[in-house]
Design a protein around this ligand. Structure first.
Ligand SMILES: *Cc1c(COP(=O)(O)O)cnc(C)c1O
Ligand code: SF4
Length: 339
């Protein structure tokens, strides 16, 4: 498996500025990587793009947090594979990304070491999947799978498609947001030969919706790839109803369907991004009914200990026997008679 050739933006020149000591301290523990494109979206220090990609000294404050709270390592029967749910697995095919997001839930893995999955590990993972006929859905993740070159991707995708019980393949990628030039017509021509193939991308802020990311999504959608989006709820970045309305409705215009809004996991080095669950619920309440239902993601908490994702909703129903008292999107209380 090989990575694409791609140079990192000269962040040290651009952003190191006055806080160089912090920068070096943090980047020694958690690597920093940026693309020229993503860096160009920064309009002023500490804006929503800056906060997502530039190191912060608070990453080193990690009292009581765990590098792997979801216990992914324990759920890994062979290296690089996470088998938590009965019918689907996650395959970590890359540990590289165009930009290392400071809030990443796989902070323990990304950017560490240089090798992507070796050919031997890919064979072992494919063998596991082939011998577990209950698996129907494989999610390529990482790191970013689209950091692999087209030939390496083709090898993995062809290996999966050769397994009869695999129905859908999903790719989780932030490349349309951080390195949209990676989405080429050649890549799309390759991906479309492996349908049904879904892509979940990862926009967190409306400022990430640009002419470039729009074109990248259009190429993918035109290749017949259903596009979803996973957003992480981030303090100071997107934790307001107004921002989320702009983001979620903006995505629909790109043919990207909001899928999950993730409550931040309790991952070491990311505590300064966490919001309370109440904030997340207020955001869902501020979306449902107010904007297209297609723009409303599931708000999920991925429970520590590998217990899985739980979708939560604002508490809009009170059940008294067969009478329901429901709260509408305008706040009106309405009774509904059940059977
Ligand atoms: C999130 C996740 C999945 C996929 O879950 P869906 O709800 O089907 O999108 C699968 N495996 C693991 C380990 C996950 O964390
Ligand atoms: S692109 Fe995804 S895997 Fe890579 S650093 Fe960002 S959140 Fe983590």
């Amino acid at each position: 498996m090989r990575y694409i050739d791609h140079t990192t933006a000269s962040i040290h020149m651009k952003f190191q500025c006055d806080s160089s000591v912090d920068f070096n301290l943090v980047s020694a523990r958690y690597p920093v990587r940026l693309t020229d494109y993503y860096a160009s979206l920064v309009t002023h220090s500490d804006d929503a793009i800056w906060k997502q990609c530039l190191p912060d000294i608070r990453e080193l404050e990690d009292a009581g947090q765990c590098p792997d709270p979801l216990d992914e390592s324990a759920l890994s029967p062979v290296p690089g594979l996470i088998h938590r749910y009965p019918d689907r697995v996650v395959l970590l095919v890359s540990n590289r990304c165009p930009v290392y997001c400071r809030f990443c839930m796989r902070k323990r893995l990304v950017g560490s070491g240089d090798a992507p999955m070796g050919d031997e590990e890919v064979r072992a993972a494919l063998h596991y999947i082939a011998t577990h006929t209950e698996i129907h859905d494989v999610i390529l993740s990482g790191g970013d799978p689209l950091m692999l070159d087209d030939d390496s991707l083709k090898t993995i995708l062809a290996g999966l498609r050769a397994i009869p019980h695999i129905v859908i393949i999903r790719i989780g990628t932030r490349v349309p947001v951080t390195l949209p030039s990676r989405i080429t017509p050649q890549l799309c021509a390759l991906l479309r030969t492996f349908h049904p193939l879904y892509i979940n991308t990862h926009f967190n802020h409306p400022d990430e919706i640009t002419a470039d990311s729009t074109s990248a999504c259009a190429l993918l959608a035109d290749a017949g790839i259903p596009l979803g989006n996973q957003t992480v709820l981030l303090k100071g970045v997107n934790d307001s109803v107004a921002t989320m309305r702009r983001l979620m409705t903006g995505l629909l215009a790109l043919r990207v369907r909001p899928y999950y809004l993730h409550q931040m996991d309790l991952v070491q080095g990311t505590a300064h991004f966490r919001t309370s669950v109440r904030t997340g619920l207020e955001i869902i309440r501020g979306l449902r009914g107010h904007v297209s239902g297609l723009a409303v993601p599931h708000y999920v908490i991925d429970l520590p200990g590998g217990k899985g994702k739980v979708a939560i909703l604002p508490d809009d129903v009170e059940i008294n026997g067969s009478t329901l008292l429901l709260r509408t999107y305008t706040g009106e209380r309405v009774t509904y008679q059940d059977i």
